[in-house]
Design a protein around this ligand. Structure first.
Ligand code: URP
Ligand code: ZN
Length: 458
């Protein structure tokens, strides 16, 4: 199919300009003024901004935690992604204890292949480090995996500092990057015990059990380990001013630290944990929501270019599953939905408020994740030869968030009632019409993205 998008304003991280886009065979063939071809279908995008398809570098689809299963599988989760304008998600292929990385990857392919609405790739989450796994790191780039995740918290998932050092040394040889869940697991366990011993069983105890110091200490330690391994690192879901300050100090000392934050840490604060009727459970995630001052510091990082990517940590659990912790906050499954709303939230509360430009939004939601995770420029850019994953953005749309109309299977949203400006009016995936005015038009057109070496700019 041949298609021309006419009269739109093409957005990149560097600037915007008016041009037409000619699409053939799922790729951007040509970008030019006044393209006219007799047999091509024409989409008029006058008055619209055109973004490269957004990339969410942090989702947990079809994930079993041992007590609950995330509400979205690859189909519903990627339909939710597409509805918001996200055309690629990077999920976490999480190694179960005793498994090889090859087995973990196979498991995740089985969950996603042929069942995904948008394109997808996998970060490899290592939970069981040993000599065999060490050898496998060299095999991962051929499988399209160049990024990893480790946990410093969660007893079932976390690795030791020595193991972290070894992982960093191996991944560095392959030109990859390791993202870290930075919370001090020992301290979290201790502080949970303390809250429970004091009889604090409700959601108000959740942020008290995982204070910002716990995040800042873990970030500091991770950066120190990376200094010894001499490689860049990524901090996922940065939530606090204290953590940010550690990052900025390390960067001033020459460390190469990338930072992801998420809409929830920019837009929600810990007062929600005080809500009656267990409503606070909807916001139980780790790290927890912080104070208004943390939100402000993170916005400053986004505005000033200190944050590199905005992911969602889309990790939805049904309201029924959240009930597991009704009597004990520490048993509430951690996580919340977000993949569908990220572009609208960032546009509404970032671009429309004048905090950032559309170009910044493009960089944070598409270009930078594509670069950092080895997909640029065939993803994350409106460029000749790139995949025709394209968002025609209606900046005039206004609405209000409600779980009733979301594509995620989750039966609530932490953003219920939020005012929203802008939406992905049309989303193309490989040049195919995937979304029009909120309606999903393709079922499982998503393809696995084999990623290359990470591109570092810090
Ligand atoms: O609460 C959260 N975010 N659960 C998912 C695991 C993680 O930290 O990424
Ligand atoms: Zn996560």
């Amino acid at each position: 199919m041949e298609l021309i998008i006419k009269n739109g304003r093409l957005v990149s991280g560097e600037g915007s300009f008016e041009a037409d886009i000619f699409i053939a065979d799922g790729k951007i063939e040509r970008i030019d003024k006044n393209i006219s071809l007799p047999n091509a279908e024409v989409l008029d995008a006058a008055g619209r901004s055109i973004f490269p398809g957004f990339i969410d570098p942090h989702t947990h689809l079809d994930m079993e935690t041992g007590v609950a299963h995330t509400a979205d599988d690859f189909l519903s989760g990627t339909h939710a992604a597409l509805a918001g304008g996200t055309t690629t998600v990077l999920d976490f292929a999480t190694q179960n204890k005793g498994e090889t990385l090859t087995e973990a990857l196979k498991n995740w392919h089985a969950l996603a292949d042929g069942k995904s609405g948008c394109d997808y790739g996998f970060h490899m989450a290592i939970t069981d480090w040993n000599d065999g796994v060490k050898r496998e790191i060299a095999e991962m780039p051929a499988q399209g995996v160049t990024s990893y995740k480790l946990y410093m918290a969660y007893d079932a998932l976390r690795v030791t500092d020595a193991q972290t050092y070894e992982v960093l040394c191996e991944v560095k040889k392959q030109g990859g990057i390791v993202g870290m869940h930075c919370e001090n697991g020992d301290l979290v366990n201790e502080l949970i015990k303390k809250q429970l011993a004091e009889g604090n069983m409700g959601t108000a105890a959740h942020p008290l059990s995982r204070p910002d110091t716990v995040e800042a200490e873990a970030i500091n330690r991770y950066i120190a380990i990376a200094e010894l391994a001499d490689c860049p690192v990524n901090i996922v879901h940065l939530s606090s001013q204290a953590g940010l300050e550690v990052v900025l100090r390390a960067r001033r000392a020459g460390r190469k630290v990338y930072v992801e934050t998420c809409p929830q840490y920019l837009l929600l604060d810990d007062m929600v944990y005080m809500q009656p009727n267990f409503e606070g459970a909807k916001y139980v995630m780790s790290p927890p929501l912080r104070k208004k001052a943390d939100e402000a510091a993170l916005w400053q990082a986004v505005e000033g270019g200190d944050a590199d990517t905005i992911g969602t940590d889309h990790c939805p659990f049904m309201w029924a599953d959240k009930q597991l912790g009704r009597e004990d906050f520490s048993k509430i499954p951690n996580g919340a939905p977000g993949v569908e709303l990220r572009p609208q939230l960032i546009y509404t509360y970032g671009v429309k408020t004048g905090r950032i430009t559309e170009e910044d939004m493009c960089r944070l939601l598409a270009e930078n994740p594509a670069k950092l995770f080895g997909m640029y420029p065939y993803k994350g850019a409106l460029a000749e030869g790139a995949d025709a994953d394209i968002v025609i953005w209606d900046g005039d749309y206004t609405g209000r968030v409600t779980a009733k109309t979301q594509h995620s299977r989750c039966d609530f949203t932490p953003y219920e009632g939020f005012e929203i400006c802008g939406r992905a009016e049309i989303v193309l995936l490989h040049g195919q019409m995937a979304v029009r005015a909120g309606e999903i038009l393709i079922e499982n057109g998503g393809r696995y993205v084999k990623r290359g070496a990470c591109r570092f700019w810090r």
